[in-house]
Design a protein. Structure first.
Lengths: 142, 179
């Protein structure tokens, strides 16, 4: 609570308009609040691991939300906030990992699978096409 | 030829993947800290036992130290406390505590009743120091070298085996390499 008040004071000291924070932790400036929601949705709560810090109730998540809010009010960009988090918690903290040499396989896997699937289909189709046409019914056995 | 090689190769690849993924020794929740090898984040906190005293890592520069993150709410911290007391008695390395998400009164009571293994215990009022260190639970234990760099992080309670296997060799190497 004290932190929110402090954040609000820090914001107004910077002269940023509407950077006050209400008791629910919402930033009065709608653009900042929208970015706040977007950023906290993309940060993983490391205690619960499959929840974002926007969704989680644990104390670490609320500490991290406060951190995000303060950085937004202080004028930091989304990327600066993500970097702050990954510098401390690693790439895992992001739900949407950036494309890097380490993650290209994750991003590329769907395309690789489509290409492999296409190759298999083409080969099977060609093979079938090369078979002799044989539509005579099998002789019935009585 | 290919009809034989491709399925076998696919099988071997899958077997390796499953062996790695299903290895019971692998802790899927353990997260490697990106701070290893980097400069330990600075902190300057008041001491749990004596609020007029400061616990800061600038004062520790030049020596190898261990930072242990704990809290009275943390069940497993109670489990490792006896080992911390034993470590403190060895006088190998200064043990610094970081009291995380806690109440000063409770923490003081804990240390008075169970014994205080720490040279100083920083009281992290609002969790900011913990965020800077990438803490996401307790207990977590960091080893910092004489140059102020984080050498190693261990998550979960320290046992005598862990101390001997993971910490002591790194500590003596760091102390030998001088600072």
């Amino acid at each position: 609570m004290a932190a929110l008040v402090l954040a609000a004071i820090a914001g107004s000291a910077l002269g940023a308009a509407d950077s006050t924070v209400n008791t629910y932790g919402e930033i009065a400036n709608p653009a900042l609040q929208a970015r706040y929601e977007h950023v906290t949705q993309d940060l993983r709560c490391l205690v619960c691991q499959n929840e974002s810090i926007a969704d989680s109730n644990v104390e670490l998540a609320s500490d991290l939300r406060r951190q995000v809010r303060e950085m937004l009010i202080a004028g930091k960009s989304d990327d600066e906030i993500f970097k702050f988090m990954t510098d401390r918690y690693g790439e895992f903290v992001r739900f949407n990992p950036p494309l890097t040499p380490k993650t290209w396989l994750i991003w590329g896997a769907p395309f690789i699978m489509v290409v492999v699937g296409a190759i298999v289909i083409i080969r099977v189709a060609r093979h079938r096409a090369s078979l002799p046409v044989d539509d005579e019914p099998a002789p019935e056995t009585k | 030829m290919w009809k034989f090689v491709i399925p076998v190769a696919a099988f071997v690849a899958l077997a390796v993947l499953f062996a790695l993924g299903l290895n019971p020794k692998r802790d899927i929740h353990a997260l490697p800290s990106p701070l290893i090898g980097k400069e330990a984040p600075a902190f300057d906190l008041t001491d749990v036992m004596d609020p007029s005293r400061h616990v800061d890592n600038a004062a520790l520069k030049g020596q190898v130290y261990v930072l242990n993150v704990w809290g009275t709410w943390c069940f497993e911290c109670r489990a490792e406390h006896d080992e911390l007391l034993a470590i403190a008695r060895q006088h190998v390395v200064p043990l610094i505590g970081l009291d995380y998400m806690d109440q000063r009164e409770k923490a003081r009571e804990w240390l008075t009743q169970l014994g205080n293994p720490y040279q100083g215990v920083g009281f992290d009022t609002d969790g900011r120091t913990a965020i800077n260190w990438g803490v996401y639970g307790a207990p977590e234990t960091y080893l910092v070298d004489g140059h102020g760099r984080i050498l190693y992080k261990f998550i979960s309670p320290i046992t005598p085996e862990v101390w001997e296997r993971e910490f002591l060799p790194r500590i003596s190497a760091a102390q030998r390499s001088g600072s």
